[in-house]
Ligand binder design. Structure first.
Ligand code: NOJ
Length: 973
């Protein structure tokens, strides 16, 4: 193999990060991408032409309704190409979502139509209550519980409008930019040109048609049949097949979503209004070296979901498309948003999510693509990674140092250097001679390992994983459709498994078995304490166009890579997660971190924002990116703490830990060329500051886990921006530097600028907010209010919204599983009216026994039955919400005396801290028990007071001798 021999030379090249540096100019702008250029040119022509009309129309005589009318189909024509047939299908789901599908019928080829098969969690249930009215000009359906939603399908020109309360919410093709380029033969244009140049007769007619086409499509065949970029030529054997569509959100002045981009949460314009990018947002999974901290450029993952928001409505949109897609955004007025979606290939498959609240949109999207399955509980702890811990001894030493410094950590990570010649699964024997013993040493402290498995397989016969994949014909094929596609990555000359091929699934699963197979390789040099990191799965290919796979390579079913590019990474991590889940006798929750992702990835994996830079800008944008991913369902998200590139000074590192402990996924990671920066290496006072931060994360694990549970059931984000929590408060619509954690009531504003000693925090409502650490009170107003709070290096602004009860575990431990039987502290932060509530969800955190009802789900509440009495209660929430599914399981099965509840039956509440009581109590007792509890009262401001900065009154109830799994009431009078 010539290329393998070459690798000896090239490996040096691959090792030097500067040599592989890919800057923005290695990636296309819209003007360098043929179909994007065509899409934008069409929009420009529409803009210039006052009488612009879409050429697409519905033939009303072709309407066919399903018996229950939830599905209607129609023939669509384009006046440009009267002989080309298109079909339109509208489906109305039970929850009001409208799915709009359009395809070319009997074309020369089939457009890619499988994106939704990968993205959707199941077949959506169609409504049974739809009645269409067919008029002369349009087709209408009024539906919804309040009959407030109306769908209008105009025939000519074709236009689809979703209205609520007679107000337009979402309009498809309102600007007439719909264009589905039909399949054609390369000679077609030539022939018609020849005919057109003849004089008179038929030729004249063709000329007219050509003029019409020129008016709509432009007068050149711009990059129809092949396209070059840099030294690459895309052969484009299918010719032009792009799809462009304008989607307008009248009455909605903000749009969010379409991760992943390093940009503001509220998406900036791309068409000129200030502030604006000049290129559209791009969705094309890409490994962008040293990506910019503000850019519409595509990054590693793509989720084509968008929210449009205004003070009285939130609607959403899911575009099930797997090919490269560009999205222009413009704001013609403060109250309206126009978008223009341009995709390279695929059918139209767009779901309109009618809202009307953010909560509804999350539920509607969750019903389409699913929610995050509850991850293993330990994966919410702290993850320590670097490229690379170089030997098993190195891993042991790092673990020892954490323990010596009393710093909690749950997971040690191994990057690509554990693998001999980057042949994943195969340990480098010189440095990792004892992988199983090493893992066991880590597991002895109730910790885990995460080990990287990348998708590129080194093409060498002494690598069984490659050889088997080759023998079984499981690899992606080059554009000839024959043989094996070859490209370059860490392992030199490599090939890639085609995870679209169902034959690859069981085979891939078998590679992770920790026991010997009858035949073939399995990972016997691993244990069930090893979990997996899937990187480079865009896929990243060092010598490919835009550092990825050529678009004309061939996947299972004959589809081109162009059609499935953005879905590709998801299949890899999905199959890996299935493998990790199924490798032992009892299925256990897998942890898989992925860099590339698509709609649906959330069901099974965590993501991180890739190779960020050690700069303040990257720290700040990481928060926005995590929020945007949460909006798009990809909730288990985080950024590399410390920044992947660079050597952060202690101040920056500490601020980065302050960001990290408030991210759903919390991992420190660093590039191979950086200096070691594990937190135990810091000098004082920095070391102690980070220790406290790590401990704070662990203290709050019950809050995080409860937020993960809620996300797994409702799709509501784990970290929530203001517009989600306060959808009517327009001041919050642009805020993306402070956020709430689940429904807990915790509000965080991490500091992401150098040398800050104070920050401004926005309080969105007339409610009291308590400083988490000092218990000082701040009171917002109905119109919202900004407060300035101290933020020295050791301080991270964290507030508890009045009316919340936070369950925490305050005993420092080495790792989270060791906290299983630890007692709880309840922080009861009274609202201005003296009430509060909170939730706590627990299960074994490892298996799927929670799906059999083995769980504990409690509600804590504080009420004031009389002016002088406050009652704090604990009740079972699981048995009172039998209709709510936890992670797909009906709580009807739930028994309060389930095995898990019994296991933690002795776990008690060791402390209750009540903030904001109006006066010193006379007595504190458990209801029904005569004995006075031990308590201490520190006088201070009541929850109802408006004294910003004053310390709240604090009542500390010590060891009330109440259990977490029991009903009780503590009476303060
Ligand atoms: C790229 C990933 O983004 C980075 O996190 C990793 O360390 C390197 N690949 C090496 O595996």
């Amino acid at each position: 193999m010539r290329s393998v021999a070459l690798f000896g030379v090239l490996s040096t090249f691959i090792w030097l990060p500067d040599a592989i540096a890919v800057k923005s100019h290695d990636f296309k702008t819209c003007s360098q991408s043929g179909f994007c250029r065509r899409g934008r040119a069409l929009a420009a022509r529409a803009e210039e032409t006052t009488s612009w009309n879409s050429p697409y129309s519905i033939d009303p005589s072709s309407l066919i309704f399903s018996p229950d009318e939830a599905l209607v189909s129609a023939a669509v024509k384009s006046s440009l190409y009267p002989d080309i047939k298109f079909s339109l299908e509208l489906r109305i789901h039970e929850d009001g979502v409208v799915r709009v599908l359009m395809d070319e019928i009997d074309g020369l080829k089939q457009r890619y139509n499988e994106a939704a098969d990968w993205a959707l969690v199941s077949d959506p249930r169609l409504s049974k209550t739809i009645n269409w009215t067919t008029g002369k000009k349009d087709l209408r359906a009024v539906y919804g519980d309040k009959k407030d939603i109306e769908l209008v399908v105009q025939y000519d020109p074709l236009r689809v409008t979703l209205l609520r309360n007679k107000k337009e919410q979402i309009v498809l093709n309102g600007r007439g930019l719909l264009h589905m380029e039909h399949f054609r033969t390369e000679t077609a244009k030539e022939t018609s040109e020849e005919v057109a140049s003849e004089e008179g007769g038929e030729g004249q007619e063709v000329l007219q048609v050509e003029n019409v086409r020129a008016w709509f499509e432009g007068d050149t065949e711009d990059a129809y049949w092949s396209e070059s970029f840099s030294s690459w030529t895309d052969s484009k054997p299918k010719g032009p097949e792009s799809l462009s569509l304008d989607i307008t959100f009248p009455n909605h002045g903000h749009v969010y979503g379409i991760p992943q981009h390093a940009t503001n949460l509220s998406l900036p314009s791309t068409t000129g209004e200030s502030p604006s990018y000049s290129d559209p947002f791009r969705l094309y999974n890409a490994d962008v070296f040293e990506y910019l901290a503000s850019s519409p450029m595509s990054l590693y993952g793509s989720i084509p979901v968008m929210h449009a928001h205004s003070a009285d409505s939130t609607v959403g949109l899911f575009n099930a498309v797997g090919s490269e897609t560009w999205i222009d955004i413009s704001y013609p007025s403060e109250k309206s948003t126009q978008t223009h979606w341009i995709s390279e290939s695929g059918i139209m498959d767009i779901s309109l999510l009618p809202g009307p609240t953010p909560e509804d949109v999350f539920a509607q999207y969750a019903r389409l693509t699913g929610t995050t399955a509850l991850p293993p509980h330990w994966s919410l702890g702290y993850h320590q990674c670097r490229w690379n811990y170089v030997s098993s001894e190195d891993v042991r030493t790092v673990q020892k140092r954490f323990d010596e410094e009393d710093m909690p950590v749950d997971v040690f990570w191994l990057d690509i250097e554990y693998a001999q010649d980057h042949k994943y699964f195969i340990w480098e024997p010189k440095t990792f001679p004892d992988p199983v013993e090493m893992t066991n040493d880590v597991a002895a402290n109730a910790r885990k390992m995460v080990v990287i498995v990348d998708p590129h397989l080194k093409r060498t016969s002494d690598y069984p994983v490659y050889q088997e994949a080759s023998d079984f014909g499981l690899l992606v094929k080059p554009n000839s459709g024959e043989g094996e596609y070859e490209g370059w990555c860490w392992s030199g000359s490599s090939s890639w498994i085609d995870h679209f091929n169902p034959a690859s699934w069981d085979w891939w699963i078998s590679k992770f078995k920790t026991t010997k197979l009858d035949s073939g390789f399995s990972w016997i040099q691993s244990t069930e304490d090893v979990h997996i990191w899937n990187d480079m799965n865009e896929p990243s290919i060092f010598n490919g166009p835009e550092i990825t796979m050529q678009k004309d390579t061939i996947h299972y079913g004959g589809w081109e890579h162009r059609d499935i590019h953005n879905i590709n990474g998801m299949l890899f991590h999905n199959n890996t997660a299935a493998a990790v889940r199924e490798r032992g006798d009892i299925p256990k929750r897998p942890f898989v971190l992925t860099r590339s992702f698509f709609a649906g990835s959330q069901r099974i994996s965590a993501m991180w924002t890739g190779d960020n830079l050690g700069t303040w800008e990257h720290m700040a944008v990481g928060i926005k990116m995590v929020l945007a991913n949460n909006i798009a369902g990809m909730a288990f998200a985080g950024s590399d703490v410390g920044g992947f590139f660079g050597n952060p000074e202690p101040e920056m590192l500490i601020r980065w830990y302050q960001v990290g402990i408030f991210s759903p996924f919390f991992r420190a990671h660093a590039h191979i060329d950086t200096k070691r920066r594990e937190p135990f290496l810091l000098d004082e006072p920095y070391k102690s500051i980070v220790r406290d931060l790590l401990r704070l994360r662990y203290t709050m694990l019950p809050i995080w886990y409860t937020a993960f549970r809620e996300n797994s059931v409702t799709g509501l984000p784990i970290v929530r921006p203001h517009y989600v929590v306060f959808p009517k408060d327009s001041t919050g619509f642009d805020i993306d530097d402070q956020f709430f954690i689940g429904s807990s009531g915790i509000l965080v504003k991490p500091v992401t600028e150098k040398e800050q000693t104070e920050v401004t925090v926005y309080l969105p409502e007339d409610q009291v907010y308590y400083d988490y650490f000092t218990q000082q009170i701040y009171r917002g107003t109905n119109k919202g209010k900004h407060i300035t709070v101290p933020a020295e290096l050791h301080q991270v602004p964290v507030f508890i919204r009045g009316g919340s009860i936070l369950p925490t575990r305050e005993r420092p431990r080495r790792s989270s599983p060791l906290m299983k039987y630890d007692p709880f502290t309840l922080r009861v932060a009274l609202s201005k009216s003296g009430t509060a509530r909170g939730e706590l969800y627990l299960d074994d955190g490892i298996t799927y026994s929670h799906q059999q009802g083995e769980l504990v789900w409690r509600e804590f509440a504080a009420e004031q039955p009389s002016r002088k009495t406050t009652r704090i209660t604990n009740r079972d929430l699981a048995s009172s919400k039998p209709d709510t599914a936890v992670d797909g399981v009906d709580l009807v099965k739930y028994d309060p005396k389930n095995a898990f509840a019994k296991d933690i039956a002795e776990v008690r509440v060791e402390k209750v801290v009540v903030l904001g009581l109006s006066s010193k109590p006379g007595s504190v007792k458990v209801d029904g028990k005569g004995t006075e509890l031990r308590w201490e009262y520190i006088p201070g401001a009541a929850a109802s007071e408006k004294k910003d900065g004053a310390a709240a009154s604090v009542l500390i109830i010590k060891d009330p001798k109440v259990l977490v799994t029991e009903e009780w009431a503590i009476v303060i009078s």
